[in-house]
Write a protein that binds this ligand. Structure first.
Ligand SMILES: N[C@@H](CCOP(=O)(O)O)C(=O)O
Length: 495
């Protein structure tokens, strides 16, 4: 199978080339030329498999230049060896008669990004070898909180890699910031950017297209790649957990093979819900893809109207990982729904770049309407949902997950659709303990890591070990730059 740029189908690469480079040279996103379909007995076959085995089964269909035994070794390292605090890796928990929660935060950094960023380093380093790459890969990451830490942890001290993370100053939670700034490892760097996530992400994308930087780095023995979901190696492992969740529900006899389910995904950069779309296209009976946003509701409006317009107020919310107005992975969706019309995608992206706005064709709009439902939830409502979930179900959820539960509720009320739904839970509530405590009615929240103990005491639930251990960690990174100075920062961090 080959991968093509969403902006130029003529740019055709193997899987290992797509993963190694992260982004196409024209700024497009490398995307499978053809989506593989699950065979008619694939779900039955995977039903009784472990998460690791399912990951190999699914990834095999996409990665022609990797062998099954290579993928088996990566899956064992990524998801085994005690890296996840539950043996199921991505457990599905029943909340009520037709609502399930897919918990994706049992990994080393307590967010769903671990599901892909424990795998990507194996895929990327193998890709370097397969393509006889001698230079060191310099991975640039823009993060609104979760990707950064997961990427740092995944690539920490990985041979032939350097990783540099940019996050928005004042745009991540206190725990997220501490997780990143205390990161250990010889090949890591972290820096805040004055501005919001879009500033950081646009800044990183500019660095990718900066020919003089590329040349300079080449002379220093480096080349650039990405650990954001623009890299196909990030999206692929995320497809696995949707298929796995469906298999778990079959195994638990909550559903029969073929029964439809809805999925509700809190998303900002569109990578997580895009992975659910690919799972659906492969043959998982997903009926509606429900896209949940916070007050940065650019995706809600887009999916309802076909008009993408980022010219609006940017809000810093209590679900910061979704504080995004330029949603990178939508580009892959447009490529799929336009029938791989690279010229059309180029045109939309040029308009987005120049005016901050584009309107998709009627055909794309109609397809979006059939595939997706969308909604958003503000901070006040997010707090209420966290409180109600704890009171009603004794289930502690983080603000992003609360946004998804609320949007699912809105969808059900509006549509009357009672299809069993899987809500995607993207982060441990302890990552956002200050806001979670507030939602549970605590008026005096202790500063810093003390809030972890406070939440633990209040709920009787222990903080995940990697977060509880933050107290002992030394803060290593303090740098902050304006978006105009990110290039200098990259060079400085590499020296
Ligand atoms: N929510 C993300 C933003 C970056 O998204 P990604 O899917 O491209 O990694 C974060 O937590 O950093």
């Amino acid at each position: 199978m080959y991968y093509v740029s969403t902006r130029n189908k003529g740019d055709r690469r193997t899987a290992s080339e797509a993963i190694e480079k992260g982004l196409a040279v024209d700024g497009g996103l490398m995307t499978p030329e053809v989506l593989p379909k699950l065979s008619h007995n694939a779900l039955d076959t995977m039903r009784d498999m472990s998460y690791q085995q399912r990951a190999v089964y699914v990834m095999n269909a996409y990665l022609d230049d990797f062998t099954s035994s290579e993928l088996t070794a990566y899956a064992a390292k990524a998801y085994g060896g005690g890296k996840f605090d539950v043996k199921e890796v991505a457990p599905v928990r029943q909340v009520d008669s037709n609502t399930y929660c897919l918990e994706l935060w049992h990994g080393p950094t307590c967010a769903f990004k671990d599901m892909a960023l424990q795998m990507l380093p194996h895929l990327l380093t193998a890709s370097l070898k397969k393509n006889q790459e001698t230079k060191t890969v310099c991975i640039l990451v823009a993060t609104s909180g979760d990707t950064g830490k997961a990427a740092l942890e995944g690539f920490r001290d990985v041979d032939k890699t350097r990783i540099l993370v940019f996050y928005p100053k004042d745009g991540v939670s206190a725990i997220q910031e501490l997780q990143m700034n205390t990161q250990e490892g010889e090949n890591v760097g972290v820096c805040s950017v004055v501005g919001n996530f879009d500033d950081a992400q646009t800044g990183v994308k500019k660095l990718f297209s900066d020919a003089s930087l590329r040349e300079l780095l080449e002379n220093m023995g480096f080349f650039l790649s990405s650990a954001n979901s623009i890299n196909w190696g990030r999206v692929l492992p995320q497809i696995v957990y949707y298929i796995s969740a469906y298999c778990d529900l079959m195994r638990e006899e909550k559903i029969q093979k073929g029964d439809p389910v809805n999925v509700c995904v809190p998303t900002g950069n569109f990578g997580n819900i895009l992975a659910a779309y690919y799972a659906k296209e492969m043959g998982v009976p997903i009926k509606k893809l429900i896209c949940a946003s916070n007050s940065n509701n650019v995706l809600t409006d887009f999916l309802k109207t076909g008009i993408y317009d980022r010219n609006r107020t940017f809000y810093n919310t209590m679900s910061p990982s979704m504080d995004i107005l330029i949603s990178s992975n939508l580009e892959r969706m447009l490529f799929a729904l336009s029938g791989h019309d690279d010229a059309q995608v180029r045109e939309y992206m040029a308009q987005l770049n120049e005016t901050g706005r584009y309107e998709v064709s009627k055909s794309i709009k109609d397809q979006l309407g059939k595939l997706f439902a969308s909604g958003y939830c503000d901070d006040a409502q997010t707090q209420k949902v966290i409180g109600a979930m704890w009171k009603g179900h004794h289930y502690l959820i983080d603000p992003h997950t609360a946004v998804a539960f609320d949007v699912l509720d809105q969808y059900r009320k509006e549509s009357g659709d009672t299809t069993p739904a899987i809500v995607v839970s993207t982060a441990s509530p302890f990552k956002f303990c200050d806001n979670v405590l507030g939602a549970l009615g605590v008026s005096h929240v202790v500063e810093g890591t003390g809030a972890l103990d406070q939440l633990s005491k209040l709920t009787g639930i222990s903080a995940p070990a990697p977060l509880a251990g933050l107290k002992e960690k030394r803060v290593r990174f303090h740098q902050s730059v304006t978006k105009e100075h990110m290039k200098e920062q990259v060079l400085e961090m590499l020296l």
